[in-house]
Design a protein around this ligand. Sequence first.
Ligand code: X8Z
Ligand code: ZN
Length: 607
Amino acid sequence: MPRLPFKTTLMTCLSALALVHCAPETETADPPITAEKAAQFMADAEQTLAENSEFSSHVSWVNANFITYDTNWLKARVGAQVKAEAVRLANATKQFQGLDLPPELRRKMDMLRGRITIPAPEKPGAAQELSGITTSLSTTYSTGKGTYQGAVTPGVDLEELMATVRSDAALKEMWTSWREISKPMKSEYARMVEIANEGARELGYGDVGQMWRSGYDMDPDAFVAMVERLWSDVAPLYEELHCYVRAELSGHYGADVVPQEGPIPAHVLGNMWAQQWGNIYELIAPEEAGAPFDGTVVLQEAGYDALKMVQAGEAFFSSLGFDPLPQTFWERSLITKPQDREVVCHASAWNIDDEDDIRIKMCTKVNADDFQTVHHELGHNYYQRAYKAKDYLYRTGANDGFHEAIGDMIGLSVTPEYMVQIGLLDAADVPPAEADLGLLLQSALDKVAFLPFGLLIDKWRWQVFSGAVSPDDYNEAWWALRTRYQGVVPPVDRPGDAFDPGAKYHIPGNTPYMRYFLARILQFQFHKTACDMVGWEGPLHRCSIYGSAAVGEAFNAMLELGASKPWPDALEAFTGTREMDATALLEYYAPVADFLNKENAGRSCGW
Ligand code: X8Z
Ligand code: ZN
């Protein structure tokens, strides 16, 4: 008797529930599950995901560029469809568990199962509810406003003001008013956690946090251990920086605003989230460091606008031998904030069709922070283009930390000497060697101060997803981590209904954050390797790889791998090592560490 086709056999059992119990109609009804079938399943799945991704990217792009009731509706609807399909395919990988598959196919199965950031369970309606919530959370964030001197002010403007305003009262007002936007998010967020955890468990993970930690080609517990090792290597440097900054800020603001001991209030660090502190350099600059080098002034005096900033970023990549950005990049990107509509201002880089339709979306301001961000975003785009020929599941970073580190690594080469090379700065204005300490300290305020912030965001989410922290304790747990790792506290008592995590883009946006911690470590490994390649012998922070085709070629060899190999292979291809480690970062900042140790002698550090 001929074998019945699989589908016909299944059709005889009417409900999914009955399916489990009903006997096959014929002895041969269950077709054998073979490695060939698994390979075909994977090829089909990749094709489906690629098509869905292109479709939903266009819809998401329109939504992020024109936030309205209707584009939210479309985004939620398409998001639900695409999520439901991704979940169906992810769950379908279970039929191949236990089958002896070629290692590459097994790895792809794991990727297919584990790559949904916020998974839904398969039960009807779950993907719709989840997609409705995530769309609503994002919109609440992106259309949120705070106040400055009583005037209603969009988030992107508050961000800029937090960098330059020095009045304790005005900073407190902006800081506090911005955190009003997230109060209404809390119940939706809690519901999202509930549904997504159900989805993760259906897929075989303990919870969403464990699912996220499983995306690193290693055991999730080993990943946690690696992160802890990296943090313990850099924490002493952070503590010294904290100690010095606290003392200087206390001198500036007075001990009633910034006490000489204990944590620092979070509103005086030059950033809405106290995540990077470079903007307060002038308040803490040591006298012997000379006049501060102000990248914002350099850009503004050279007459740069947002477009010119992006063109300069492109020119850097071109100097390494990368092809110019396609014409469509310039036609389709959003580079400045439109005045007539709501958009998602938080910077992002997109590849709409997984081929050449790359774009950025940024409400760019002409300042040094955004010049770095331009390079950061372009790094995403060049990476996306480098791996476009790979299979769908491999069209992503070796791990997500790599993706965040590419543009940052280029940004480390935006030195004063480089600025002279591109005509942005006069040679006479290059800070002399005596100014090295100042330059480096300024850089440490951004890069080193970020480390505990980069670490704690997902420590909080891991606790939330695991249930260790329940909705009633969301805010307390958030501040416990902010205090423990960063040594910062809220400048005012937080009300019982506050949901301060929601006032940071990546929480309502559901972007995993450990990637940025990893990127802060990796970018220095990349930079050191590249500087060795060009034969650089001076201090690492003065090294620029601008114009090195040799570095470009070696770098591209890593980029074009995408995720086709486990990340240690990709790391080894460029740096020769298989470990992420903080040695290069510590070497880069060694002179700052010496300075801080001397300055802090006699101070009681810590909090
Ligand atoms: O979100 C970003 C990028 C987009 S991937 C602008 N970053 C983190 C943040 O802003 O919090 C870059 C540095 C950290
Ligand atoms: Zn990024």
